[in-house]
Design a protein around this ligand. Structure first.
Ligand code: DX5
Ligand code: ZN
Length: 226
C-alpha cells in the first residue's frame, strides 16, 4: 500500500470547549477534519496542565478518524501503556523528554500505536536521524509548546525542508504543530509538511452549536494550500 502523504488537517482540542469534548470531536469530524489532535500536558515538561488517559478514553467513542495524541510530558515511558489502552491511535513523544528514545519508540510500537517524535523549536532535526526507520511521524513544533494561539515561528521552515530531505521516500509524516493558519499553511506545505495541526485557526468563532464555522475555518486552510 503506498504511503498516504496527502495533506491532512488535525484540529487540536486544546482550543475546544473543555465542557463538551465529545460533541466537539463529533463536530470537527462531521466538518471534515482528518485526525483529532489531543494535547496532553503535565505542567512539568511544559508550563501547562491539560488532561490524561481518562480524557482519551472518554472521547474515544466520539472519534471515528484518528486520535493523534501529543505527549508533552516527562518522563514518558510510564504513561505509554495507559494512553494506548485508553484508545490512542498515535503517540508522539518529545525527543527532549526521553533519555532512551529508541527504547521509547519501540515501546510505542509494541503497544500497537503509531510512533511519532516531536521536536521543540530549538531542537535540530539531526536528533532523530537514527530513528527514521522506526517512526511513522515527525512533529515540528512551530511554537514553544504549552499553549494554543501563539505566533508561528518562521525559523522552523528550514527544519521542515531538511527533514523532508532526510526522510526521502520513507513512510514518515511531517506534522506541523503551532500557529498554523491560512497564512502559514502554504509555507509549511511548500517546505514538505503533510499533516497540519491547528487549534485556534479551526475552533475560532465556532461552537458545538455552530459547527459550520469549523468547516469554513478548515476550508480556508485547505483553500490557501490549493
Ligand atoms: C501547543 C500544542 C499545539 C497547539 C496548537 O503546545 O502542541 O497543538 O494546541 O494550537 P494553535 O493552532 O492555536 O497554535
Ligand atoms: Zn500539539
Amino acid at each position: 500500500m503506498t504511503f498516504d502523504r496527502s495533506i491532512k488537517i488535525a484540529p487540536s482540542i486544546l482550543s475546544a470547549d473543555f465542557a463538551n469534548f465529545g460533541a466537539e470531536c463529533r463536530a470537527i469530524e462531521q466538518q471534515g477534519c482528518d485526525w483529532v489532535h489531543v494535547d496532553v500536558m503535565d505542567g512539568h515538561f511544559v508550563p501547562n496542565l491539560t488532561f490524561g488517559p481518562p480524557l482519551v478514553a472518554a472521547i474515544r467513542p466520539h472519534v471515528k478518524t484518528v486520535m493523534d495524541v501529543h505527549l508533552m510530558i516527562a518522563p514518558t515511558d510510564a504513561f505509554l501503556a495507559p494512553f494506548a489502552e485508553a484508545g490512542a491511535d498515535r503517540l508522539t513523544v518529545h525527543v527532549e523528554a526521553s533519555d532512551h528514545l529508541d527504547r521509547t519508540v519501540s515501546a510505542i510500537a509494541d503497544l500497537g500505536c503509531k510512533a511519532g517524535l516531536a521536536l521543540n523549536p530549538a531542537t535540530p532535526e539531526t536528533e532523530i536521524e537514527y530513528l527514521l526507520d522506526k517512526i511513522d511521524l515527525v512533529c515540528v513544533m512551530t511554537v514553544n509548546p504549552g499553549f494554543g494561539g501563539q505566533s508561528f515561528l518562521h525559523s522552523q521552515l528550514e527544519k521542515i525542508r531538511r527533514l523532508r530531505a532526510m526522510i526521502g521516500d520513507r513512510p514518515v509524516h511531517i506534522e506541523i504543530d503551532g500557529g498554523v493558519t491560512p497564512e502559514t499553511a502554504p509555507l509549511v506545505v511548500a517546505a514538505g509538511a503533510d499533516v497540519l495541526v491547528a487549534g485556534s485557526a479551526v475552533f475560532k468563532g465556532g461552537s458545538v452549536d455552530t459547527p459550520d464555522v469549523y468547516g469554513r475555518n478548515m476550508a480556508a486552510i485547505r483553500d490557501a494550500i490549493n
